[in-house]
Design a protein around this ligand. Structure first.
Ligand SMILES: [Zn+2]
Length: 293
């Protein structure tokens, strides 16, 4: 993933080095700066219709994003196909701009001149490209979509619609909340354990430190019942690894999977993070399309 230093008023896009090698493909992951939104720190490139931001600002930001992406056809940008995202495993094949906003969490196409996009602010945006068949897919994977195997199914949809051989697929997992920052409840681990034999390797337990207990350990030794003296455990989920495993299981080669994107929660100076910014934040986009001949 190509990142440079953060310039607050400049629109910056992140690109996967692996996907950038495909000359027929247009792709990018957006960052937070260089837009027209007054919310979220100002000059923000918020690309989602959130409750805090104005519709006009988001529309203007989307225009700026497409211009930077380099998808102007004459003076007009290519149509931007996005979704009403519902944390599902629903994937749509599109060959033109849909008349209504589709509900789902994945889009695939082999039609040039369309930009497919998913919106995120901690969930993972994932792009798949078939370098033989010239087809692309974009997917939105939070923990719910990941449990439903959205990206594994995405590979299946590309096989079905375009005859894609998974060995010809190149994947980029974009910026999202990573294992360093993504603490989840025990119920999330339970859901993964019900689905994946390797679930155990996706979670990391960290004992919460408590300065009061560290200072007065005897107080807590006597006050607590036997067997209950352990400190509470925080649970961290590695969502990037979970999706990388699904891509591998679907036949994508390890060398063709780019996981170099930064963590949103660690890098709020560059990216939007729903968790790190307590829900009041903008939306990033992961977008891809096929160049016109
Ligand atoms: Zn982090």
């Amino acid at each position: 993933m190509v990142t440079t230093s953060v310039a607050r008023n400049k629109l910056q896009l992140l690109r996967s080095e692996k996907l950038a090698k495909l000359a027929w493909l247009v792709h990018a992951f957006s960052t937070r700066h260089g837009g027209t939104s007054r919310r979220y720190g100002g000059s923000a490139l918020n690309l989602g219709f959130t409750q805090h931001d104005s519709r006009a600002a988001v529309e203007r930001n989307r225009e700026l994003f497409l211009k930077e992406l380099g998808v102007a056809n004459g003076r007009r940008n290519w149509p931007l196909v996005s979704l009403r995202q519902i944390h599902s495993d629903l994937i749509h094949r599109v060959d033109r701009m849909p008349e209504q906003l589709l509900a789902g969490d994945g889009l695939v196409t082999d039609t040039p001149g369309l930009v497919l996009a998913v919106q995120t602010a901690d969930c993972l945006p994932i792009i798949l490209a078939d370098h033989k068949r010239r087809a692309v897919g974009v997917f939105h994977a939070g923990w719910r979509g990941t449990v439903k195997r959205i990206v594994e199914k995405g590979v299946g949809e590309m096989r079905k619609h375009f005859g894609s051989d998974p060995r010809n697929l190149v994947a980029a997992i974009g910026p999202g909340v990573q294992g360093c920052c993504y603490d989840v409840g025990e119920e999330v681990r339970t859901k993964f354990e019900m689905q994946f034999a390797y679930a155990g390797s996706l979670f990391r337990e960290v004992k919460e430190s408590d300065p009061v207990r560290e200072k007065y350990p005897l107080l807590f030794l006597t006050a607590r019942a036997p067997g209950h003296s352990e400190l509470p455990v925080k649970l961290f989920l590695d969502l990037v690894e979970a999706n990388r495993r699904q891509l591998l299981d679907a036949g994508v080669l390890a060398k063709n999977i780019d996981t170099a994107a930064p963590c949103t929660a660690c890098h709020t100076e560059l990216l939007f993070s729903f968790r790190a910014e307590k829900g009041e934040t903008g939306r990033l986009m992961g977008a891809a399309g096929i160049r016109l001949e």
